[in-house]
Design a protein around this ligand. Structure first.
Ligand SMILES: [Zn+2]
Ligand SMILES: [Zn+2]
Length: 388
């Protein structure tokens, strides 16, 4: 690393930037790198963002433990981030046709390179399963020594390659509110779309993390009569209560799934749920979730993002005779993200500050991941020192 003085001398030229970023290696090693990078190396159609906040989510814990098999390390983690446009190379417009300019506060869809040419994209219409797609902060191999390699949000400057889908934050939506929704927002919105909630449906959310909270809010916005949340630990359920969800069940207090089902039914007027959304990451939650559905109900599984093992179910009682619809929900596309930003703008009055438990420096990324892994916090962010 160059000395501080050496750097100041070298970055006097305005085409050079001093960048600091977090690099995650395949063996789980996390280190912070500083480099001076050349803005002239940006491709036509690309954007350089000066990052305000990069989110730390459960996926980053999985990435650290190498639990996603499509990742080519090293990476710069951080798939959801918000920042100010520093440099735009060429003419770029957002989806509303507005020119993207330096100083704009924007976010971006982390999924890039969806091909619109493969069988999944064109015929099956399952673009979130396109085999060509890459995800900034997850499956994009990073190179911290090149401006084009800054492909993750845990950085001072993030490089958005040509064709990255950029969304300008409405002026009424503060960046810290948007990022409190963060990654859970499009994920939950996709799951709630899949759930096809009807007016006055009874909905159970399994899981009390960020995706669970957003799913609960979106279920409510979709017209649910009642939303019951099953999760843990208690401090997370307290956040749900502050958002107005009175009916919560702590799995640490009530460890028997049968007792939990009885209590959930009691809360819902002696009825099972019309819709259950799983956002736990725990395979055993799936059989319980199917039990919680009424006959003919809908069950959406969104929390099993990594392979945490199998679970046995009784197909006679839980599927065939129960007549339920089971749906998976994988990733998100631009429509989920775009509508998610609008949802946050419309709901910016909610107590989002309770969602972000802590804001760490890039140097403390390892500690930030550990806090998320231990479920000590609801959500944490990384904030580059330069942009504080
Ligand atoms: Zn494709
Ligand atoms: Zn995420």
């Amino acid at each position: 690393m160059t000395t501080e003085c050496g750097m100041s001398a070298q970055i006097a030229d305005d085409t050079s930037i001093l960048n600091q970023c977090v690099v995650l290696e395949k063996d789980g090693h996390v280190h912070v790198e500083e480099n001076i990078l050349n803005v002239n190396e940006m491709e036509m159609g690309s954007v350089l963002l000066s990052i305000m906040f990069g989110e730390v989510c459960g996926t980053d814990v999985h990435l650290r433990h190498g639990r996603l098999n499509t990742v080519v390390y090293p990476i710069i983690p951080g798939h959801v981030a918000v920042g100010t446009v520093h440099t735009v190379r060429g003419d770029i417009a957002d989806v509303d046709g507005m020119k993207v300019e330096a100083g704009d506060v924007v976010t971006f869809l982390d999924v890039i390179d969806t091909c619109n040419s493969c069988i999944q994209c064109l015929v099956d219409k399952q673009t979130t399963r396109c085999s060509k797609r890459r995800v900034i902060g997850i499956t994009c191999k990073a190179d911290h020594t090149s401006i084009r390699g800054l492909l993750g949000g845990w950085t001072t400057y993030l490089y958005l390659p040509p064709n990255t889908k950029i969304i300008r934050l409405p002026r009424t939506l503060p960046p810290q509110v948007f990022i409190a929704g963060g990654c859970g927002l499009p994920t939950a919105l996709h799951a709630v779309d899949r759930a096809n909630i009807h007016i006055m449906d009874r909905v159970i959310i399994q899981g009390s993390g960020p995706v669970g909270l957003l799913a609960a809010l979106l279920a409510q916005a979709s017209g649910a009569l009642q939303v019951v949340v099953i999760g843990a630990p208690a401090h997370r359920l307290e956040v749900f209560k502050k958002f107005g969800f009175e009916h919560t069940i702590n799995i640490l207090d009530i460890s028997d799934p049968v007792e939990r089902r009885k209590l959930a039914m009691k809360m819902m007027g002696d009825k099972l749920a019309d819709v259950v959304i799983e956002a736990t990451g725990r395979p055993e939650a799936v059989s319980e979730g199917m039990e919680l559905c009424r006959d003919g109900g809908t069950y959406v599984v969104v929390g099993q993002y990594t392979d945490n093992g199998s679970v046995s179910i009784n197909p006679h009682f839980l599927i065939n005779r129960k007549h339920i619809t089971i749906k998976g929900s994988w990733g998100s596309d631009f429509s989920h993200f775009y509508r998610g930003v609008q949802f946050m703008d419309k709901n910016s009055h909610l107590p989002w500050d309770l969602v972000v438990s802590k804001c760490f420096d890039l140097e403390d990324a390892e500690q930030a991941i550990a806090c998320v892994e231990r479920l000590e916090v609801f959500k944490v962010l990384l904030r580059p020192t330069k942009n504080k």
